[in-house]
Design a protein around this ligand. Sequence first.
Ligand code: HSE
Length: 433
Amino acid sequence: MSAQPLRLAVAGLGTVGIGVREGLAKHQAVLSQRAARPLKVVAVSARDRHRDRGVDLAAYDWVDNPVELAGRDDVDVVVELIGGADGPALALAKEALGRGKSFVTANKALIAHHGGELADLAETNDAALKFEAGVAGGIPVLKALREGMSANDLDSLHGILNGTCNYILTVMEREGTGFAEVLEAAQKAGYAEADPSFDVDGIDAAHKTAILAALAFGMRPDFDALSIKGIRQIAPIDIAHAADLGYRIKLLGLARRRNGAVEQRVHPCMVSKDTALAHVGGVTNAVVATGDLVGQTVYEGAGAGAGPTASAVIADVVDIAHGCRRPAFSVPADDLKALPTLDPMELDGNFYLRLRVVDRPGVIAEISSVLAGEDVSLASLIQRDTAETDGVYVVLTTHRTNEGGMTRASRKIGELDSVLEEPVMLRIERFDQ
Ligand code: HSE
């Protein structure tokens, strides 16, 4: 092979950084063929030079300040695996793209918050901006949407985008245990972060949803437009009731385009056991994308971990070795649209409401009266006794109704003297509406 190597700098040598280094070493020969030139790491940077990472890094130049990697004449591509929406990751991205060096990252926060300006910078300087590993880890879903579905109008996608939440909900269902207990066990087993808030509060899934929506709809990522709710309030009773109704509870990221406006949401919701996503358990991720020509497509696989994330990062590098400069969000940055956001309160849906109430005559009448006042029509209502706590549970489902009316009803019901804790409201998500 006589072609010049593509020279890489890797910033961040945590699990993923070391995974990328291992993947490049393991498949060196075949990657040289697939990339039509050798892929060579020349320099690295990480916070702690002396940490034992279990691999020999002596062959690479060490740089303490990651931003300096972008200034090196012997680096063609910068691979950023530091993380964080701002700070060194953003500085490195701007420096690399500003100098016309292609930039590969697994950092969804960076792209969700700054993807638009970075795409501008990449195109101005004829560099590639690639972030396949940022959404659903090892599943090549961005490539599928950007390239494989480029002939389609993509108006709707949804997915299980956070493995930690999916794992917690799966174990809660299987074991009948509560959120806090499962989270603690997941943290001890290394499945959940010591600070789990980005995962369990829906932020991580929202970063990924913003990126998917941008790519699918040809718009700039607009993280602030997302409505976000996590899974902390989900209790075993919700999971049991969902099962009785033929549903499972999943944390979904959803993006839909309707009449030139966009709806972007992350929240736990009930999905029918007949859907593909209901059967995606544990830490697995999955994305469902519907195109007007192809119809529904489903992508499923590992959303995190050293191997899957390295798989996506290295595939981006191989594309760059072939000179790929496809626009990051499917269409040139100048053509990215600013699409208005649909107000969730104006959307319709079917809902589930779980209440803990005092067990005395007239309580159901009070609740029904509030719902009727907001024009919410009940589909079912069940009282479930509980030995665990004071009062009784009342769980109800609605016919299709306005989310704004339902939200107001839930708030008013929560203020009733007979209601003992904040109501829990979930959408029953239907994908044919
Ligand atoms: N923490 C994420 C998850 C993986 O639990 O899916 C990285 O985005």
